[in-house]
Design a protein around this ligand. Structure first.
Ligand SMILES: [Zn+2]
Length: 130
């Protein structure tokens, strides 16, 4: 039995997000990228987080800050609520909840993330950098 993927798909990691983390495949849908980025946080795959952010934003990302957040957060699960495609299929908004434990309490991070498709690959658009 291989371990279950942290993204909440109930699939083994080896056939879910691992092929993305190993760059053997690219997510075909925005939701897949969302899930693989969440599991990359859980597994501290910081390079994956950075390289799946819009290329123009990558230099502005703080590797160490992302790594600290990834390690210090006690991740409890992911729930993708809705995916909406805009402007044909090149832009998508994914609504999700990420659960984490803090001081013995289960907390929810609710977010609507924007994803953009460039040359057949999906990227996360980070709202905190321009
Ligand atoms: Zn997964």
């Amino acid at each position: 039995m291989s371990k279950q993927c942290p993204c909440g798909s109930y699939q083994p990691y080896t056939v879910c997000c691992e092929p993305f983390h190993l760059w053997q495949q690219f997510p075909k849908a925005a939701e897949q990228l969302m899930r693989s980025r969440y599991s990359a946080y859980v597994l501290h795959q910081i390079d994956y987080i950075i390289q799946t952010t819009l290329p123009i934003q990558q230099k502005q990302l703080d590797y160490e800050a992302i790594r600290q957040w990834s390690i210090q957060t006690d991740w409890q699960g992911l729930k993708v609520i809705q995916t909406k495609y805009l402007q044909g299929t090149h832009q998508a908004k994914v609504t999700f909840e990420a659960y984490y434990q803090e001081e013995g309490e289960l907390k929810v991070h609710h977010e609507v993330s924007t994803f953009i498709k460039i040359a057949q690959r999906w990227y996360f658009k980070d709202p905190t950098v321009c």
